[in-house]
Design a protein around this ligand. Structure first.
Ligand SMILES: *Cc1c(COP(=O)(O)O)cnc(C)c1O
Length: 425
């Protein structure tokens, strides 16, 4: 049997860092990434035959677990009739209609292949629709790896952002204003300084890329009010939260209508598929109707749309999210009790099939506070759980996911392991 380590060495010779997306490399937690050979339901197996209970769900998409029979059947059937045509199909309409049914802030949707592409296109659309260049984003929110979004805060509010990646020209980053999440005063100041030059404000309404941090109700409300007042578009990046925290996404929980919504992950059910949408007015700015160019060879791919559609049809059945949350709640309550039992500070939050936890007394409200988490402790927790066959996200600033395939027994076993691991910390 070939080991994970051998595979990682072989991968590292031909793929930068041995992985095709950085966080898979375990750099934050140390150790050898597991090479996955197959998955079924709430579990996957690595090259050495070790089974794991999966709490990353491919970083969000696998809300039904792996290999759900109805989804599998839809995918196989679609593949048999063709992989890609470069011409429209009825299934694209069906998927978009299904999305629109549940997210009333949108009237039209454009399908793309990744969340990065969707967020990048949403920014271009906002700029094209408003004729303005500047955008606001928040520290700790991730919107994919487009140049304008790989930016951290500059030295002050009057200055613009600095690139967080080599290869991003400072001139590009200069149009991005980066603010602290949940800081209303800073938000108001930024709007009074730059409001009239702002194309949009982009936010994860529940941030899932700094573990799990909700935008507070007053903060989210102020984002909406200020965008309306200054004529900037409010963009909710719901790539992670869309169809994951609720059928209507985080916006349905918060009761806020964004101007543009960005979706991905769950809407593709594990296939490369993402989307962005808004009102007819805004979306009509897109080519071929309008002047904002956007295109894609594989956009609305027939196999991906079949996978997404079958997934959405199942998760839109009554009680799906209530049942899912029972499982999520079982997990986070169990983890909390296990931590407290071992006298470890612990706070946790969850919505639908998405959860976060921190080894600190109170839930953090922004990125700077998230970053004060005891990371050696988290890394020990991660490896302790991994050794016992429970796969959590390999970095403390990532959120976790529960699927409908997780059983009460799966979760109980995870909690039993957590009791042991917390005691050893
Ligand atoms: C995952 C994610 C993205 C990027 O999506 P990709 O498909 O990985 O390009 C963008 N925004 C948020 C909120 C995400 O969680």
């Amino acid at each position: 049997m070939i080991s994970n380590f051998e595979l990682f060495q072989r991968a590292s010779r031909v793929i930068p860092g041995g992985v095709n997306s950085p966080v898979r490399a375990f750099k934050a937690v140390g150790g050898t990434p597991r090479f996955i050979t197959r998955a079924k339901g709430a579990h996957f197996w690595d090259a050495e035959g070790q089974r794991y209970t999966d709490y990353i769900g491919s970083w969000g998409p696998m809300i039904l677990g792996h290999g759900h029979p109805a989804v599998l059947e839809a995918v196989i059937k679609a593949a048999e009739t063709g992989f890609s045509f470069g011409a429209p199909t009825e299934r694209e309409i069906e998927l978009v209609e299904e999305i629109l049914k549940h997210v009333p802030s949108m009237q039209m949707v454009r399908l793309v292949s990744s969340g990065t592409e969707a967020a990048m296109s949403a920014i271009r659309l906002a700029r094209g629709a408003t004729g303005r260049s500047k955008i606001i984003k928040f520290e700790g929110c991730y919107h994919g790896h487009a140049d304008a979004l790989l930016v951290k805060a500059g030295s002050g509010l009057a200055t613009f952002g600095n690139p967080t990646s080599a290869g991003v020209p400072p001139e590009v980053a200069q149009h991005t204003i980066v603010l602290e999440f949940n800081n209303i005063m800073q938000l108001e100041e930024a709007f009074s300084l730059h409001g009239k030059e702002l194309a949009c404000l982009m936010i994860e309404p529940i941030a899932g890329n700094m573990n799990f941090v909700r935008a507070s109700a007053p903060f989210a409300k102020r984002c909406r009010e200020l965008c309306t007042q200054y004529g900037a578009l409010l963009v909710f990046d719901e790539v992670m939260t869309g169809f994951r925290v609720a059928l209507g996404g985080a916006q349905s929980i918060m009761g806020i209508n964004p101007d543009i919504t960005v979706l991905g992950k769950v809407i593709g059910g594990g296939m490369p598929l993402a989307a962005f949408g808004g009102s007819v007015d805004v979306m009509s700015q897109l080519a071929p109707l309008g002047p904002v160019y956007q295109a894609g060879t594989l956009s609305g791919n027939p196999v991906a749309t079949a996978c997404g559609l079958a997934t959405l049809q199942i998760i839109s059945q009554p009680n799906f999210y209530t049942d899912l949350f029972v499982k999520t709640k079982q997990l986070i309550t169990g983890l909390e009790q296990a931590a407290h039992h071992a006298n470890i500070d612990f706070s946790t939050d969850a919505e639908g099939g998405m959860f976060g936890f921190f080894t600190m007394k109170e839930l953090p409200q922004n990125y700077a506070t998230v970053m004060t988490t005891d990371s050696p402790k988290f890394n020990k927790f991660f490896h302790g759980m991994l050794d016992r066959g429970h796969y959590f996200a390999p970095a403390l600033y990532e959120t976790g996911f529960v699927s409908s395939a997780h059983t009460e027994d799966d979760i109980s076993a995870t909690i039993t392991a957590a009791v042991e691991v917390f005691k050893s910390l």
